[in-house]
Write a protein that binds this ligand. Structure first.
Ligand code: NAI
Length: 289
């Protein structure tokens, strides 16, 4: 593989684009929102310069990565990509529309991967004429740092597509786990109900947000408390995943906590908006690693 398209320049897409460029792939990073695209470009550039200055990346690799990265808002620029990784909003309808467009304009051999946290790969693949080349490639946040990639095979994903995707994740230095195509896959099937339960714990007045997070950090050795982690992921993303789990698995235990719904309705989306469960407007960093 020589070139990659990444669609969606938010926290995940920009991190995936950075990772790919650092590992020598020519990258087209696309976002429909020009502001998001310029934010992604400067965030990647800052991150690479920081990694070079700290000695985590050589100057040569850093300079080469910045040369390999191109930002665009024109989907047709992705026509020669060997693989496209989609990292746009967690909505099945919006993702399906994109997959259908990508199917029409990318080369026939290209793999179409989704970084979805929870949505059925089989159904995304049904929006294309190449379901054997559609796969889930779920990075963890932040992609340049986190070691794991969860790979999800749709009902029609071929062995060839699976092997190429696994090889790509390993080229990025990641450890791969494989999941069947059921809502939330492995990681979010387990993580999101815990985060949702933390919201219920706050909502029903059992404890303060600080005590909930301290309890889980010190009591279970988690590096971040569940409410802090929800702010880091994005409360809109957490809510979308809970809705996919509820719709897909049909159990009332997946009903999103009303407090989570209310925060999202109020635009309190977490660190990326400066406020979520916590307020980041007074100095706490919102910058990506
Ligand atoms: P985000 O909200 O930070 O970024 C999404 C970006 O997609 C925005 O910049 C938006 O302008 C762009 N976009 C939306 N629709 C588009 C379209 N049709 N064409 C082009 N660009 C479009 O979201 P984030 O957090 O980066 O999540 C993206 C995907 O990654 C979601 O599917 C999410 O579930 C998944 N994910 C998120 C993780 C997290 O911790 N936030 C972790 C792993 C996966």
């Amino acid at each position: 593989m020589k070139s990659i398209g990444v669609v969606g320049g938010g926290q995940m897409g920009s991190g995936i684009a950075q990772l790919a460029a650092v590992h020598g792939l020519h990258v087209w990073l696309l976002d429909s929102d020009p502001t998001a695209l310029s934010r992604a470009s400067s965030s990647i550039s800052n991150s690479i310069h920081r990694l070079v200055s700290k000695g985590h990346l050589s100057q040569v690799v850093g300079t080469n990565a910045l040369r390999l990265l191109q930002c665009t808002s024109n989907l047709e620029d992705l026509c020669s990509a060997d693989v496209v990784i989609e990292a746009i909003v967690e909505s099945e309808d919006v993702k399906k529309k994109l997959f259908s467009e990508l199917d029409k304009l990318t080369k026939r051999s290209a793999i179409l991967a989704s970084n979805t946290s929870s949505i059925s790969i089989t159904r995304l693949a049904s929006a294309t004429t190449r379901p054997s080349q559609v796969i889930g490639m779920h990075f963890m946040n932040p992609p340049p740092i986190m070691k794991l990639v969860e790979i999800i095979r749709g009902a029609n994903t071929s062995d060839e597509t699976f092997n190429a995707t696994k090889a790509l994740a390993e080229r990025f230095g990641k450890i791969v786990i494989c999941s069947q195509d059921f809502s939330g896959f492995i990681v979010n099937r387990i993580l999101m109900p815990m985060i949702n339960e933390a919201f219920f714990t706050l909502y029903t007045g059992v404890a303060t947000k600080e005590d909930i997070d301290t309890g889980m950090k010190l009591g279970t050795n988690h590096p971040m408390g569940p409410l802090e982690l929800a702010d880091f992921i994005g409360l809109d993303v957490c809510l979308s995943i809970m809705r996919v789990l509820h719709a897909g698995l049909g159990d009332s235990k997946y009903i999103p906590c009303p407090l989570l719904v209310q925060y999202v309705d109020a635009g309190r989306l977490g660190r990326k908006r400066g406020v979520g469960v916590y307020d980041y407007s007074k100095g706490k960093t919102t910058e990506r690693v």
